[in-house]
Design a protein around this ligand. Structure first.
Ligand SMILES: [Zn+2]
Length: 244
């Protein structure tokens, strides 16, 4: 099927993903005003579209008008090249719109980027790529902890550019920035992610889903819980100021 429209995919989060049409349904076709060439007909059609990345579907509504008869039928459009837009239709709306993937709150944008890619690879059944991006999420998270918690530029430089991930995780525990449990979780993500990136055997779906779960838990501990605590503290300060 040819790509007939580009929409941000609500299932896998791919921006301007190419969607193909697989079916359609004419919701309404009304006869409007009369002109010298006949009545003007207004049609409103819904199309079932599949994302080129994850193959999951959305529905898109298009509208068009035609003078002297009903606009071209959906089956005729689909049998040619399936593009409502190229047949004079204009895009109206699509559902669902909201991205359904679950990113923990308060995670910085630069960490969200690899994590969203991990999730979008899960939706697209790319298990190796999902695992590799989970490992990258961990890698960037450890560097972010170094930059936000350590003040000495020399120390930051050493831990970011001259220390491998495994040693950096251990160092973060020794410096008190990761608890024993979190250090273990981080090492697990590292080892599993290495497996996804380097093993000859293809990475399996259950392994990839588990690994994403570990990465999600890590992000929740590192960003979401402290973020929530800060927001509660901030509220308490604001209320004290208001009360004074
Ligand atoms: Zn998609």
């Amino acid at each position: 099927m040819p790509i007939v429209d580009q929409v941000d995919c609500p299932h896998c989060g791919t921006k301007k993903s190419g969607f193909s049409a697989y079916g359609g349904f004419r919701r309404s076709n009304t006869k409007g005003t009369r002109t010298a060439n006949g009545y003007v007909y207004h049609a409103e059609d819904w199309y079932l579209m599949s994302c080129g990345n994850c193959k999951k579907c959305i529905t898109i509504q298009y509208a068009t008008s035609n003078v002297g008869g009903s606009p071209e039928s959906i089956s005729s459009i689909l049998s040619k090249h399936g593009s409502p837009k190229e047949n004079g239709y204009t895009y109206n709306e699509h559902f669902p719109k909201e991205i359904s993937i679950d990113i923990p709150e308060y995670v910085p944008n630069k960490i969200q980027v690899p994590f969203k890619q991990a999730l979008s690879n899960i939706s697209a059944s790319n298990w190796d790529a999902a695992g590799t991006m989970a490992r990258k999420t961990l890698e960037l998270t450890t560097k972010d902890i170094v930059r936000s918690k350590i003040s000495s530029q020399d120390e930051i430089e050493k831990l970011i550019t001259k220390t491998w991930l495994k040693k950096r995780i251990t160092a973060l525990k020794e410096l008190g920035f990761l608890t024993d449990g979190l250090e273990e979780l981080a090492q697990l993500i590292k080892d599993e992610g290495d497996g996804a990136a380097h093993d000859e055997e293809p990475y399996e779906e259950n392994e990839a889903r588990e690994l994403i779960g570990y990465a999600q838990a890590l992000l929740t501990y590192v960003y979401t819980i402290p973020g929530m605590v800060d927001s509660v503290k901030q509220k308490a300060i604001e209320e004290t100021i208001e009360a004074e």
